[in-house]
Design a protein around this ligand. Structure first.
Ligand code: MEV
Length: 442
C-alpha cells in the first residue's frame, strides 16, 4: 500500500502509532503490542529516548555484551560491545584471553587531526584569490573565537586553514581546507560551526577586498562540512609473540598456523573481494565498541573504508609478518571518536560503558576500539585458517535457531548438550527439536 501523510511529526506519539498500524498492518492490536512492549516503564528514560530523534515510536534493542581480559599496554580492560551478531563477543573474548597469555596488545595514537572544508566557487584570477586568502586568514580564525574559546582553553582548536585549488577537477572549485584538534570531543558540531563561520567571513569580507575586481568579489560558497575521512587521526594496535608460542589446542602446529595466518592476511592485502570481508570482520569489533560508547559508527565506517582504499585499491587494514621467529600482527586505523559531548553524557548505557572503560580520554578510546578490531580480525583468521568459521558460528547461532522454534529451557539445555559433539546445521537443529518433542510425546 502507498500512503502519505502531512504533518506527521506534529502528531502525538500515540497518534503516530495509530496511523502507522492502521495504514500498514492487518493485525493492528498485535502491531501496537509489539511496539509498546519495548517502551521503558520509566517515563523519564523513555522520554530521553523519544527525544534522541524525531518520530520515535519505540526503542530498538541490541544486546550489550562485554568481552573481558583485554590486556592493553599493561592495563586490563573489560570491553563493552553492542552488537547482534552471535559470535562476535565470544570471538573477542577468546582472542583477548589468547593474547593475555602472550603479552597483550600494544597500542599508540599516531595523530589526532580532523579535517573540515568550505567548498566554494570562484572564477577570477587565482593570484588575487591567494592574496585575499592570506589577507583574511587570521580574520577567519579571529571571527571563530566565540566558538573556539573553550576548546582553546583545553588545548585544542583550529590547527590551520589552507586554500586549495581544485580547478583541475571542477572549473572554479576551491576549498578552505581546515584542520582541527578537538581533544576528547568527536568534534563534529565544533568543526561544522567553525566552518560555517569561516564561510560567512570569507564571503562577506570579499565584498570589501580591494584586490578583487567587482566580479571576483562574488565568492559562491557551496557548502561547509567536516570530513569523515580522517587519515591523520590514526591509531596503531599490535600483538606479537614467538611463532612457537602461537601453539594452541588445534590440529595444526604453531609454524603451520603462523604461515597460513600470514598467507590469509597477504590475500586480503591483494584481493579486494577478500579484503572487504576481512575488514568487515575488523569492523565487527570496532562498530560494537563504537556503538556501546555512543559514537558515530557510520562516520567511523565511512572513514575506515576510505582509508582502506587510500592507495587506489581497496585492501586489508591489518598486516602481519614473521621476522626472526617473531610473529607480529598489526593495524593502523583512522578513528574519530569522542568521550565527551554527543550521546556520551546522555545515554545511561553509554555512560555506563565509559565508566566500565575507566572513563577513557578520546585517545584511550581510540586505542581500545582499535584493539577490539584487531582482536576480532585475529579470531576470525584463526578460525578460518584452522577449523573453518562455521563450527564456531553455528554453535553460537544454535540459540537463535532454538529460539525461533520456541524451545523451552529444558529443550535448550538438552540440545546444547547434544550439539557439543554434533555438527550444528539449521537442518540438524530442526531435526533434533522434532526428535526431542516426538520422544516426549511418545
Ligand atoms: C563475519 O561477520 C566476519 C568474517 O567473515 C570475517 C572474515 O572473514 O575475516 C568471519
Amino acid at each position: 500500500m502507498c500512503a502519505s501523510i502531512s504533518g506527521f511529526s506534529k502528531l502525538s506519539k500515540s497518534k503516530k502509532i495509530d496511523w502507522i498500524v492502521e495504514t500498514y498492518f492487518s493485525n493492528t492490536e498485535d502491531a501496537k503490542r509489539i511496539l509498546k512492549q519495548y517502551w521503558n516503564t520509566n517515563d523519564k528514560l523513555q522520554q530521553l529516548h523519544d527525544e534522541f530523534i524525531e518520530n520515535t515510536i519505540t526503542n530498538y534493542y541490541l544486546p550489550l555484551g562485554v568481552a573481558p581480559n583485554f590486556l592493553i599496554n599493561g592495563k586490563i580492560y573489560t570491553i563493552p560491545m553492542a552488537i547482534e551478531e552471535s559470535s562476535v563477543v565470544a570471538a573477542a573474548s577468546k582472542a583477548a584471553k589468547f593474547w593475555m597469555d602472550r603479552g597483550g596488545f600494544k597500542t599508540k595514537v599516531i595523530s589526532t587531526t580532523k579535517i573540515g572544508q568550505v567548498h566554494f566557487m570562484y572564477y577570477g584570477n587565482i593570484e588575487n584569490l591567494k592574496n585575499y586568502f592570506n589577507h583574511i586568514k587570521s580574520r577567519l580564525i579571529d571571527d571563530a573565537k566565540p566558538i573556539t574559546k573553550n576548546m582553546e582553553k583545553r588545548g585544542g582548536g583550529i590547527v590551520d586553514i589552507e586554500l586549495r585549488n581544485k580547478t583541475q577537477d571542477i572549473k572554479g572549485y576551491y576549498q578552505l581546507h581546515a584542520s582541527f584538534e578537538t581533544l576528547d570531543a568527536m568534534g563534529a558540531n565544533f568543526i561544522n560551526s567553525c566552518l560555517e563561520q569561516f564561510a560567512k567571513t570569507f564571503k562577506n569580507e570579499a565584498l570589501n577586498f580591494e584586490g578583487f575586481s567587482e566580479q571576483e568579489k562574488n565568492i559562491q560558497v557551496v557548502m561547509s562540512i567536516l570530513s569523515n575521512y580522517v587519515p591523520d587521526c590514526l591509531v596503531h594496535a599490535e600483538v606479537s609473540c614467538k611463532v612457537e608460542d602461537l601453539n594452541e589446542d588445534k590440529n595444526i602446529s604453531a609454524e603451520e598456523f603462523a604461515t597460513k595466518f600470514v598467507q590469509a592476511v597477504n590475500i586480503a592485502e591483494v584481493e579486494p573481494y577478500r579484503a572487504v570481508t576481512h575488514n568487515k570482520g575488523i569492523m565487527n569489533g570496532i562498530d560494537a565498541v563504537v556503538l556501546a560508547t555512543g559514537n558515530d559508527f557510520r562516520a567511523v565506517e565511512a572513514g575506515v573504508h576510505a582509508y582502506a582504499s587510500r592507495n587506489g585499491k581497496y585492501s586489508s587494514l591489518s598486516h602481519t609478518k614473521i621476522e626472526d621467529g617473531i610473529f607480529t600482527f598489526w593495524m593502523e586505523i583512522p578513528l574519530a571518536l569522542g568521550t565527551i559531548g554527543g550521546l556520551t553524557g546522555l545515554h545511561p548505557l553509554v555512560k555506563l560503558s565509559l565508566e566500565l572503560l575507566h572513563h577513557p580520554t578520546a585517545k584511550e578510546l581510540m586505542q581500545i576500539v582499535a584493539v577490539a578490531g584487531l582482536a576480532q580480525n585475529f579470531a576470525a583468521l584463526r578460525s578460518l585458517t584452522t577449523t573453518g568459521i562455521q563450527e564456531g558460528h553455528m554453535k553460537m547461532h544454535l540459540m537463535n535457531i532454538l529460539n525461533q522454534f520456541g524451545a523451552t529451557e529444558t529443550e535448550k539445555a538438552t540440545l546444547t548438550d547434544h550439539f557439543k559433539t554434533n555438527l550444528v546445521t539449521h537442518t540438524a537443529v530442526v531435526e533434533a527439536i522434532k526428535d526431542l518433542r516426538f520422544k516426549k510425546n511418545d
